[in-house]
Design a protein around this ligand. Structure first.
Ligand SMILES: [Fe+2]
Length: 508
């Protein structure tokens, strides 16, 4: 049993979690000072996967964590994280961090959030996410202000962390030396005000927006459970195929085991694509709609990021279930048309060059799912398109320079190349929710003969020790400290990287 402490492992040179203020020094560096000569044509703050949760919802199955390590349950785990009730504060502090970086100039900086903004496909979760991003009052409380949720003492046999000093033992205190923190729950469930992001931001749809716990289709039975007053606190009496149940008979996961009465809240209604578009259109901040069209169920779009850069945002979530992604046939046809419209030349599917009629722009594609997770078997059986099609299609268009995504809660950089050395980078950015709680700042720099993508890790600018701050900053510091000490830490912190690509011919 280790002592509960700040964990610093790996980290970016000069920019580990212990020295987050160095971020400002790094991001302000002109590219040439780190060996990159050229002209900045756009800066993207890439954030992903906050999984902002209604922690008291009856439509969450936190108890699945007791089956950690059992392959039959692996697709449904984790259902709970000890830091999850603090993530709204962490995201608010991240937005303040971005606001406090020096602005380059109007029209050059945007934020792109690549999905899983919320945890459980609920209306009240998405309203809180939009209040955090757009500015306004945020309150993660739902139901009555009581302890009818898993953090309450005596709830679910100590499977969850109970911060109250008077609470009994739990697995986090026993096995991971988690502390008691007086007043943390009360403060986290109090309303607070987010200042909102000061630059344009774009929303990309993820599986946790449409699917209960990121897996189960949002069917009417689950909507009734979400809005109801009975919360299951333990596993069903028997469950031979957990994933199959989650996909086809999800109500079983919420109704056939030990349950407790909880306070109900109609705002826990499950959300759909049209609700998401409507909420984005009535949210504060710019641009209005944050990329999506008004009055539509279509959450994929194109948008100009700067004079030379366009964003092409995909919607890779599959509403009929499973966490993995795919692209519907009509969206695939749309994507090809958009890529053609921003290219004067490309290759056809047979590999033959095609002279097009589009206008040339640098194309940044974004979606929630990394290419290797674009393999939703049910969707592919319905003629959706997956990883092979998407990779091949993006490679056919030489103006595509990036595919930004999230989902795995890990940072990853991959170069997909053509035979001539050109290609695009797939950048997967880790989550706000889990360690190391970072985003990525990407400077697109045009120089003689090449494009440089200067990627800086983006740490939440709060002290390492929560006791050295107060208010939202203190909650955000607790969020990161708990995430750093949680038993599951998938990701390594990001290091700063300069990624180079040959300049498209039209820019030479
Ligand atoms: Fe996801």
């Amino acid at each position: 049993m280790g002592r509960f402490e700040v964990v610093i492992e790996g980290g970016s040179p000069g920019n580990t979690v212990s020295s987050t203020r160095n971020f400002h020094r790094l991001i302000r560096l002109p590219a040439r000072e780190i060996g990159v000569e050229g002209r900045l044509v756009g800066r993207i703050f890439h954030l992903s996967d906050s999984q902002l949760a209604d922690c008291k919802s009856p439509a969450r199955y936190e108890w699945v964590n007791q089956f950690a390590g059992d392959p039959a349950w692996s697709e449904l785990i984790p259902g709970y994280r000890p830091q999850e009730f603090l993530v709204a504060a962490a995201l608010t502090a991240m937005i303040r961090t971005i606001n406090e970086t020096e602005r380059v100039r109007e029209g050059f900086e945007v934020a792109v959030f690549t999905g899983d903004a919320i945890d459980n496909a609920q209306v009240n979760e998405f309203s809180n996410f939009l209040a955090v991003f757009g500015g306004g009052s945020v309150c993660i409380e739902s139901g009555d202000r009581d302890r009818s949720y898993v953090y309450a003492d005596g709830f679910a046999d100590g499977l969850f962390w109970h911060p109250d000093p008077g609470a009994g033992s739990d697995i986090y205190k026993r096995e991971f030396s988690f502390p008691s923190v007086e007043g943390l729950l009360e403060q986290a469930f109090d309303a607070f005000v987010s200042e909102g992001i000061s630059i344009p931001w774009y929303f990309v749809n993820g599986n946790h927006e449409l699917l209960v716990q990121g897996v189960s289709p949002a069917m009417a039975e689950l909507d009734a459970i979400a809005k109801g007053s009975l919360k299951q606190v333990g596993p069903p009496k028997s469950m031979e195929d957990p994933l199959g149940s989650a996909l086809d008979r999800p109500a079983e996961l919420f109704t056939s085991g030990t349950a407790r009465e909880v306070s109900l809240d109609a705002r826990r209604r499950l959300i759909g694509r049209r609700d998401i578009a409507d909420a984005l259109w009535s949210a504060p901040g710019v641009p209005q709609g944050h990329g999506v069209s008004q009055g539509s169920e279509i959450l994929y779009y194109e948008a100009a990021l700067s004079e030379e850069v366009v964003l092409v945002a995909l919607d890779t979530a599959y509403a009929s279930g499973a966490a993995s992604g795919a692209i519907a046939p009509e969206q695939a046809r749309w994507l090809v048309r958009v890529l053609e419209s921003y290219s004067t030349a490309h290759w056809d599917e047979a590999g033959e060059p095609v002279a097009g009629t589009g206008i040339d722009r640098l194309i940044v594609v974004s979606g929630h799912h990394p290419l290797h997770t674009m393999n939703n078997q049910r969707a592919l059986a319905e003629e959706y398109l997956g990883q092979d099609w998407l990779a091949r299609t993006l490679l056919r268009f030489p103006n595509v320079i990036l595919y930004l995504n999230g989902h795995t809660h890990q940072h990853q950089v991959k170069l997909l190349r053509r035979g001539d050395g050109s290609g695009f980078y797939e950048l997967t950015t880790g989550s706000i929710m889990d360690w190391p709680n970072q985003g990525r700042a990407i400077d697109i720099v045009r120089s003689k003969g090449q494009l440089s993508l200067v990627c800086n890790p983006l740490d939440i600018d709060v002290p390492t020790d929560p006791d050295n701050s107060d208010g939202i900053q203190r909650l955000a510091a607790w969020h990161r400290l708990l995430a750093a000490n949680a038993p599951v830490k998938l990701a390594q912190p990001m290091v700063r990287q300069v990624l180079n690509l040959p300049l498209p011919r039209w820019l030479i």
